[in-house]
Structures are given as C-alpha cells and as structure tokens.
Write a protein that binds this ligand. Structure first.
Ligand SMILES: *Cc1c(COP(=O)(O)O)cnc(C)c1O
Length: 351
C-alpha cells in the first residue's frame, strides 16, 4: 500500500470514478445528450450547449506554467474552496478523523471538515509573536487520525506570512502521516515565492492557489490545488465531472494572456502602494489601537470602539468585515484595500 492509500479514506481509494462523456474534440458530439444548437440558435465560441472539458488541458497547462509545477500536479476547481472540500472528503472518515487548523484563520477549513463529519483540532497562532506558527505545538497535537493540517500563508484574517521553515518542519514531521495544505490565496501580494517549488521534495505537501484575489476573478470561481500527482489523481475521482464551466474557462484564459498579465501587474503595484498608504494613515487616526502588518490585500485593524467604526464606514457607504468573532480579535475589523478613492473615503469616515 502506498503512503497515500494508507492516508486517504479506503472507500475513496477503492472508488471507481464516474465515467464522464469522452472528450474528443475532433469528433462531432452525439454522445452526451446535449442540444445540438447553441442557446442563441447558432454555434458560438462560448459553446454553452456543450458540457465543458472536465479538466480543461489548456488552462491546466497555463496554470502549471504560471505556478511552476507539472500539469499532473494541478487540479482545477470552483475556487480553492472546492479543493478544501474535496480534501476533507477524500481524506477524513466521518466520525473518526480530524483536520488541524491554526486560528484565527480562514473559516472554510473547519466548515468543510464539519460538513464531512470530521473533527477540528485547534492550535492557535500566537498574537504575541505576530501570529506566528508554532510547529512544535502542531506536531505535538497531531495523531494518527489527523489527516490534514491547514496552514494559511499569508493568513486570513491576520495578514501575515507564516515562516517557511516552520511550515516545512511540519511537512517533514508528518511525512506519510498527514497532508500539509498551505493556502496561498494571497501570496501574490506578499513578495515571497510560493511553496509550490518545494512540492517535489515533500509529497505530503499541497498548495492552494486561486484566481479570486490578485487575479481579480472572484466571480468566475477558479482555483487550483497543487500537489503530488497521486494526490491529484485521487481527487480527480471525486470532483464533480464538469466543475469548470465554459464561461469560467474563457475568463481565466483571457486573464492569463500576456497583455492582461501586464495590466494585472500594474493594478497590483497600485494596490500595494495603497496598502502602505492606508496602513500609515490608519495608524495616525484616533480610536485605532493597532494596525497589524500585512502581506495580503487587506488590513487587520483594532479599534477602541469597533462598533462605532463599523457604523461610520457604513454611513459613508463602505462595508468592512467585522472580525470580532475570531478568537482573540474582539476589537478588530478587516479592511480590504480598495481603490484610492474608496480608501480615502474610508479614512475620512474614521477621522
Ligand atoms: C478568499 C480565500 C479563499 C477562497 O478562494 P476561492 O478560490 O475564491 O474559493 C481561500 N483561502 C483563503 C485564505 C481566502 O481568503
């Protein structure tokens, strides 16, 4: 038995995947019970009358090149949220297994685990050390039923990168015992290389990437799991067969064309400038007790009177995220960096 077969749910390892309609674009399709006409009445580039290619190879290859991995290490999904869900379902036996998370962090790891009937172990990040990861505490907490460790770097909602050495120490300590999933939804804002370059060395390491944040395609729902080919092959068995809709594929390919990539870099530069401007200006405002450093496109800010700040930003027509529900963040709001005009309006509302 391979390490992966020992780690994953035995029934998923044994599962025979659904056989979706064959993808043979050279032949005309009379095999998938589709309508032979486009909804507009004629064939169009969108091809919306046809089921989409299950893992569209052109996009898989583009993202593999972008992220610096082999195409066999890429699984596309409806946002990285779908990959989180698939991981929990493939690895956690309901009522028996658990995932480990480091709060305060992104809520979907725990939600997906609970939907699957898995337990959730918490090893908090340390606010005293800038929300740093504690690899020894994580390793100590893991047992033979801890199937997945979710790490988020830069972390949502605290904004900080986790130390690479600490994450790799966890991957090394859990070799063949647990999957270590590093969620890099915000890595493009961080000025640090992705951990994807270490995948070949650590088969139990996986990285989540998304087009939702820095690439501006949150509405298209497209993300990727980067992992060892055997992990990808296992998850391909359980992902719904037509996960990537045609409009999503078209939007993603358009966004990854060279001219769009260059335009995106320019947007990113403005955003990083605005992050820094907002950070400095917020620190100078009365009633703000702390502005945490950020490696992402948002800022975690603590207020003397957070409710009043929420009310005042709403009165200015701006919605910020109430972060008070996160453990240890009782007076914090999370602010996405907006356009220069929006950021100025927010500062005005809080002055
Ligand atoms: C926004 C976010 C995601 C979700 O990304 P999608 O690709 O849109 O599903 C994943 N992880 C973190 C930490 C996020 O903040």
């Amino acid at each position: 038995m391979s390490w992966l077969e020992a780690l994953a749910r035995p029934d998923i390892v044994a599962l025979r995947a659904y056989e979706h309609a064959a993808w043979q674009p050279a032949l005309e399709r009379l095999h998938a019970n589709e309508l032979p006409w486009d909804p507009a009445g004629a064939a169009s580039a969108e091809g919306l009358n046809r089921y989409p290619e299950p893992q569209p190879i052109e996009l898989v290859e583009r993202l593999a090149a972008l992220y610096g991995v082999e195409p066999s290490s890429v699984l596309l999904g409806r946002g990285s949220d779908e990959a989180i869900d698939l991981l929990c379902r493939a690895f956690c036996r309901a009522g028996e297994d658990a995932v480990l998370v480091c709060p305060p962090t992104f809520g979907m790891y725990a939600v997906s685990a609970r939907i699957q009937g898995a337990g959730v172990l918490n090893v908090p990040l340390s606010p005293e050390r800038g929300f740093a990861l504690d690899p020894a505490a994580v390793l100590q907490r893991c047992t033979s039923t801890t199937k997945i460790v979710f790490l988020c770097s830069p972390n949502n909602p605290t904004g900080n990168l986790l130390e690479e050495e600490a994450m790799l120490a966890i991957a090394a300590g859990l070799t063949a015992r647990s999957l270590v999933v590093v969620d890099e939804a915000y890595i493009e804002f961080a000025g640090r290389a992705s951990l994807a370059r270490r995948l070949a060395q650590w088969p139990n390491l996986a990285v989540l990437r998304t087009l939702s944040k820095a690439y501006g395609l949150a509405g298209a729902r497209c993300g990727a799991l980067l992992a060892a080919p055997e992990v990808i092959a296992l998850l391909r068995k359980i992902i719904p067969p037509y996960a990537i809709a045609r409009p999503t594929l078209i939007a993603a390919l358009r966004r990854l064309a060279p001219a769009a990539l260059a335009a995106g870099q320019a947007q990113l530069a403005v955003l990083l400038q605005e992050r820094s401007r907002l950070q400095h200006a917020l620190r100078a405002l009365p009633g703000i007790t702390r502005v945490w450093p950020s490696d992402a496109n948002f800022l975690l800010v603590e207020f003397a009177d957070p409710q009043r700040a929420l009310d005042r930003s709403a009165a200015a027509g701006l919605l910020v995220r109430d972060a008070r529900g996160y453990p240890g963040l009782g007076s914090a709001l999370r602010i996405s960096v907006g356009t220069p005009e929006q950021n100025s309006r927010l500062l005005q509302a809080w002055s």
